[in-house]
Design a protein around this ligand. Sequence first.
Ligand code: SAM
Length: 258
Amino acid sequence: MHRARKRFGQNFLQDDGIIYSIVALINPGPDMHVIEIGPGLGALTIPLLRNLDQLDLLEIDRDLVAYWKEQNLNDLTVIEGDALQFNFLEWAKNRPHKKGFCKVVGNLPYNISSPLLFHLVSSASQIDEQIFMLQAEVVERMVAKAGSSDFSRLSVMLQTRYDMELVLEVPPEAFEPKPKVNSAVVRMIPRKDFNLSNTQWGALEQVVAAAFSQRRKMLRTNLQAFAERLSLTELELKARAQDIPVERYIEWAQALAS
Ligand code: SAM
């Protein structure tokens, strides 16, 4: 029997109702191409396979990779690797699927959730949808709107690239071993109107990091280094980073990069 490894963030889903709801949200079907990050012991994998012609698994734990290879299932490709290093762009390009049917899913290891979400941004042009279970507090920050105390660097960067929605809340009791925190499922769909170049994305990272560097300080202080080029209004100079909508940060990134 597999012993859950803390260093790989292993909390295995046990609750059939929650598993059913997540699989329904993923909505697997023929012609769809799905990669599951961290299949673990297969809570999502097995029900997904019932409705997919083909499923790819990406797993870092060698024992679990061996376990899946031994199953010798026809419709399954098992990839041993670290999701933080994996090239999702190449994967998506090399897997034929119907337009709109390329999905990345998983009950993610919470210890790497933010870096993984940022890593996936670079593949968003080829991915149609991401459905992830994460720590609830992280999902709340991802979907928070300007003006909320949860609105943060993560909200601005990810909302620039994705439309996102918290779709399911999951209590610790749904897992074994139980995590210490609440969890939530988020749906992420790459924005069709995203048109920032790499330079503009880099400028966005800079201006957002500076704006949120001291949350309680006014932008007059935090954005001092950029003030001349951004033509901030009097109101904006007195505002805090959490009060500025995502679209305004995007305008600032475009101005900085031009
Ligand atoms: N999907 C299973 C479930 O819902 O019961 C397991 C989820 S568990 C929270 C996270 C899974 O991700 C584990 O199988 C773990 O070994 C795997 N994992 C951890 N770090 C990883 C990484 N960097 N790359 C790929 N898989 C990873």
